[in-house]
Each structure stands twice: as C-alpha cells, then as structure tokens.
Write a protein that binds this ligand. Structure first.
Ligand code: SF4
Length: 470
C-alpha cells in the first residue's frame, strides 16, 4: 500500500513576520512515530510543508494528515483533494481532538487523542476493509512502541533533526493548555520505559538532542533514571520544565550532569491572580529569581515563556516582563498573547462569559487577540506583544542580559546564542535555501558546551542546598 503522511504548514509560517528558521527546527516526529506501525511492504512518504512543497500529483492509497489549529483549513483542503482522487484520508491531532465535528466531513476516519493505540487498530481494520469513522484513544501507553521511523526524516532540512519525545503530556493542568483537551478520557501523563528511551537516544547520531516533552522533569523517578543513564553518553541537550521542578530536590543537578544546557521554562506571568486564573498552581508562591539563579549556577541557559493578556495584566505588563528577563539574564524569551484554544477550560470559561470574539482559527496563533480583554484593550495588547519582542531582542538588551552572568564563558555563550538566533536572519535563510541547515549543528553543540560555574555561582548554589531537602 502507498501511504502519504503530511504535516501542513501553520498559517503563521507564511505571514510577513515569518522567520523561516522558526519553522525549520524540528521534523514531524508524531507522524514518523505512527509510520513505525506500517508494514515493511508499505511504501511511505512523509512531507512537511514547512520545509518542502507538498506534491499533490500522486495517488496514495492512504493519506494521514496531522492537524493543528492554524493549519486546519489547509489540512482540510489537502484532505478534500485526496478524497476526490479516491485516497482514504485520515485526520488526527490536537485540533481534530478538540473539534471532531468540524474535521469529520473532510475525512474517512478521524482520530481522537494520541494515536499509539488507535493507529495500529485502524491499520488492522483498514486491511480487513472495516475501518471505523472514529477512533478514540483509551489505552494509553508508550511502553514497547516500535522505534520512530527516522529514515523518513530529511535531516538536512532541519536545524534540530535529533528531536526526541520520551513521555506524553504533563502532570499539571493549566487552564489555557491544549494538553488536557488532547488527553481527556484517559491518562494525561505517561512515559516510555527508561531503557527504551536510552536506546532511542543511542540511535541518534551526533551529540545534540532536543527533548520535545511538555515537561521532561514531570516524573522525578523516570527523569532521574534517564539522566543517570545518560551520564557518560557525552550528550548536550535542551528541554522544558516547570519552575517548581527546578526548585524541588536535586533533579536539575542530575539533568545538568547528564548534559542539560538550556531549559524552556513556563514563567508565564508574575501576577498571583493570573496564576490562579490559569490554574498554574505549580508557579504560585515560587521564587522565579531563585529558579533562574539555580539554573545559571549549573550553566543552564533559559528560554523563558510569558503570556500576555491574562485578566490581571495592564499596560505596564510588557515593560515589566521584558525588564525582568533582561535583568535576570534570560537567554531567549518567547511571548504569547493568551489564546483560548477550543477544548481547553479557558475556552469554555470564555464561551460562558461571552468573551470569544473570533472563530477564525488562523488567528489562534498567539499573535492575535481573539477574546474580550479586561484591563487592557486588544490594540494595546497586540502592540505590546510586538514591542516586547523588539525590545527584548534589541542589541542593547542582548548586551545587557549577557552581562548578567558571572563567568565570561557564560556571558559569551548567552550573547552568541541570542544574537545568533535573532539577528542573522539572512544567514538562516541562506542555509535553508541551500538545504544546509543541518551543518550548523556543530556550532550549536559548541555553544551548548559545558560552562564551569564561577566561584560566586558555586557559593550561590550552596545557599540553595537547604531548600533541596524539601
Ligand atoms: S505546565 Fe506546561 S505543559 Fe503542563 S499543563 Fe501547564 S502549560 Fe501545559
């Protein structure tokens, strides 16, 4: 059987603000994971529209399309095209799970929730010519799953071909997060077996890894054993974790020993009211600065995530947030306008409060205001969002935030990482055009090499020890 898997481009990937590099980072791991369930006789192509043209002249037997909210309309167009040609089309992903009724008319079968249990069942049904209209994920596990079909990934088209996911979901329940919508009616956080995760790491060439797990430190036992197993593998890696997980116990030290060099941290907001509104309990009464200092003392760079537009935000929130990031030596900041994704608690709350202004999913890209705001106008919110990006990544602020570190190596590392990421668009574009992006990996690996903490940082780190016993 001929199978085609497609990741349609997100709409924002084609906006005038599009930074092509931002959409050429990671290969479509979810589709490559599902491809592993196909049989050896099947011929498979995997196309990611972010990095290549989707060829619409073929006639596959089965088309698998992954749908996010801002590629939904495009995904439906691809689906309609292939159904007209007589292909069997299946749709799955976050948006299909949130709005199955919307997706269903464009598909022969749809998938609700993660696909590791339902896709193999579908393949069996399809072979027996009895496929169902809907597949609901109920039995959730990623233990003993077959190895990801990395042979389908065109590595040279991505800056970070070694992306990897060893868990699904997250133990927390922030009300704006898609996670609960995707994993409803079943387990919403589970991991691979440590041995399988280590074997997957071992199969990846080079040194650099990017864990795309929502919260790599979410299961302390699993993460601790994983980091123990990674010691001596000579890896450098990036991943995501919460403020709480940085401050609790000594997991973060273990991660640093295993090669953690940069962490995506969801600070989101400084307002306790906003944290409560968002059900982000894991950040409440947590000392953000303490978390920052602890990461820096371990030589770990920080990608801080911040949300604008929560009900307690006023017009000063942008400056406050940017200043805090610069003064605390945050390496990169990711700003978002609050977005009520369908299926989330936030969306239900806003619907019941009659606060949703737009149902054009293309606007749900965290750059547009799609709801009635409280203390700030929609115009001021969008303006402040763009201002924050411009300001944080101004040369003067890149210098200033780099200088917040105590060791020269950490300062240089910060400076080259931030400026390299944001200030050399033409170079990135050339690398993408010439299909040489993957050649930048050794540069990234050397920037992520270990920084020895300064005496001051070691002293600071020892002051944290009493907290670690909590
Ligand atoms: S901590 Fe992050 S991944 Fe987990 S529920 Fe909150 S926003 Fe989602």
């Amino acid at each position: 059987m001929k199978v085609k898997m497609i990741l349609p481009a997100l709409t924002e990937a084609e906006s005038p603000f599009w930074r092509p590099i931002k959409y050429s980072l990671f290969p479509p791991l979810g589709l490559a994971t599902l491809a592993a369930y196909l049989s050896d006789d099947d011929s498979v192509t995997l196309q990611d529209q972010h990095v290549e043209e989707v060829d619409l002249t073929d006639h596959p037997d089965l088309v698998v399309i992954q749908v996010y909210i801002t590629n939904a309309y495009r995904a439906y167009r691809f689906a309609d095209h292939y159904r007209q040609l007589g292909s069997y089309v299946i749709l799955g992903g976050l948006h299909v799970t949130s709005l199955p009724e919307e997706a269903e008319p464009h598909a022969d079968s749809i998938f609700i929730g993660p696909g590791e249990d339902t896709f193999p069942q579908f393949l069996l049904d399809f072979k027996n010519r009895v496929p169902k209209k809907r597949y609901y994920s109920t039995h959730r596990t990623i233990e003993n799953i077959p190895p990801v079909r990395r042979d389908l990934i065109k590595r040279n088209l991505y800056l970070v071909p070694n992306s990897i996911v060893v868990s699904r979901g997250c133990p927390h329940h922030c009300n704006f997060c898609y996670k609960d919508a995707f994993f409803q009616n079943g387990k919403s956080f589970y991991t691979q077996r440590v041995d399988d995760a280590l074997a997957e790491i071992d199969r990846l060439p080079g040194r650099h890894l990017y864990f795309l797990d929502d919260h790599l430190l979410g299961n302390a036992k699993f993460a601790s054993e994983l980091f123990e197993g990674m010691k001596g593998m000579n890896r450098v890696f990036q991943s995501a974790g919460t403020v709480d997980s940085i401050l609790r116990g000594n997991l973060i030290e273990k991660a640093a020993d295993a090669g953690l060099r940069s962490l995506f941290v969801g600070f989101e907001t400084f307002s306790p009211e906003n944290l409560s509104q968002s059900n982000k309990k894991q950040n409440l009464k947590r000392d953000y600065q303490e978390a920052v200092q602890r990461l820096h003392s371990l030589g770990i760079m920080i990608n801080g995530s911040f949300v604008f537009g929560l009900d307690d935000d006023d017009e000063d929130v942008f400056k406050r947030t940017v200043d805090w990031g610069v003064e605390n030596g945050i390496t990169t900041s990711t700003y978002h306008i609050l977005t009520p994704y369908p299926g989330t608690q936030l969306y239900s709350d806003f619907v019941s409060q009659n606060r949703i202004l737009s149902h054009n999913w293309d606007d749900y890209d965290t750059r547009h205001v799609v709801f009635k705001t409280k203390k700030i106008s929609a115009e001021a919110l969008e303006h402040g969002y763009h201002w924050a990006y411009k300001e944080f990544y101004s040369w003067s602020n890149i210098y200033k935030s780099s200088l917040q570190h105590d060791s020269l190596k950490h300062m240089l590392k910060h400076f080259f990482y931030t400026s390299g990421w944001k200030k050399f668009e033409a170079v990135w574009n050339l690398l993408i055009k010439t299909r040489n992006l993957n050649n930048m990996l050794p540069v990234l690996e050397s920037i992520l090499s270990k920084v020895r903490p300064s005496k001051k940082e070691i002293a600071h780190s020892s002051t944290l020890l009493p907290y670690q016993s909590h």
